[in-house]
Design a protein around this ligand. Structure first.
Ligand code: PRP
Length: 220
């Protein structure tokens, strides 16, 4: 039996994913050890190997088949636009992709003006403004603390993820338009899906069942 390789987006998403996997009997103690500098973690018994990668790189590993499976946010999937199967919504890491800015910027979105949009997600922003709203904008790529941009006058609005909304609130910004819902997803390489169909389908089935149970518990 060959190893199935799983790529996880570093950080909270990886921890939450490992919590889910543990509940269906897939464990990997080594990956929990934060002091370790190891890059690959193995579960010999189940012939699985795991690695942590920057979120944006997870779809790349999966498309090329260097990872059979990936766990990553929908925001990254949309931004990277890689060829792979998105097979499951894991139900955590929920947030919204939004256009935000000062209240006064709302008018600029309704009159098709040429505005500047700062974002970590240039492809999502381009798709939204060009293909959905048919508004020509200037996209300015930033790498973090996006909320700063309209405050210091770099852009009129931003496209960013909003979770609790507190970053916007504390900086005098509001949601102007919602683009889509985001959450953590499982993705699979197209060839692996065929070659390792049995093992991967079983994993999807077990996770689906678990997520359904967790969802039911939350509703009761
Ligand atoms: C994300 C996002 C917002 C914030 C939203 O930033 O870019 O800034 O979280 O969360 P909230 O609605 O709960 O306030 P992150 O913490 O990843 O940092 P970054 O912007 O520097 O990438």
């Amino acid at each position: 039996m060959r190893y199935i390789t799983i790529a996880l987006a570093k950080g909270r998403l990886a921890q939450n994913t490992m919590d889910l996997l543990e509940k269906i009997g897939i464990t990997c103690d080594e990956i929990r050890d934060k002091s370790s500098r190891k890059l690959i973690f193995v579960n010999e018994e189940l012939k699985l190997q795991f690695f942590l990668a920057k979120a944006n790189d997870v779809p790349t590993y999966v498309e090329y088949g260097a990872a059979d499976i990936g766990f990553v946010g929908k925001d990254t999937i949309l931004e990277e636009g890689r060829k792979m199967y998105e097979v499951l919504d894991l139900g955590f890491g929920k947030c919204r992709m939004c256009v935000a800015g000062p209240e006064a910027a709302s008018d600029l979105l309704h009159h098709g003006e040429l505005i500047r949009v700062a974002t970590k997600y240039p492809n999502i922003a381009k798709d939204y403004f060009y293909n959905k709203k048919h508004q020509t904008v200037e996209i300015i790529k930033l790498n973090g603390s996006i909320e700063l941009a309209p405050i210091v006058g770099l852009s009129e609005v931003i496209v960013d993820i909003v979770e609790t909304g507190s970053t916007l609130r504390e900086n005098g910004l509001v949601i102007l338009e919602e683009i889509c819902n985001i959450s953590a997803r499982m993705v699979v390489n197209e060839v692996s899906m065929k070659m390792e169909h049995e093992r991967i389908s079983k994993l999807i089935k077990d996770l689906k069942k678990l997520i359904r149970t967790v969802g039911q518990d939350e509703n009761n």
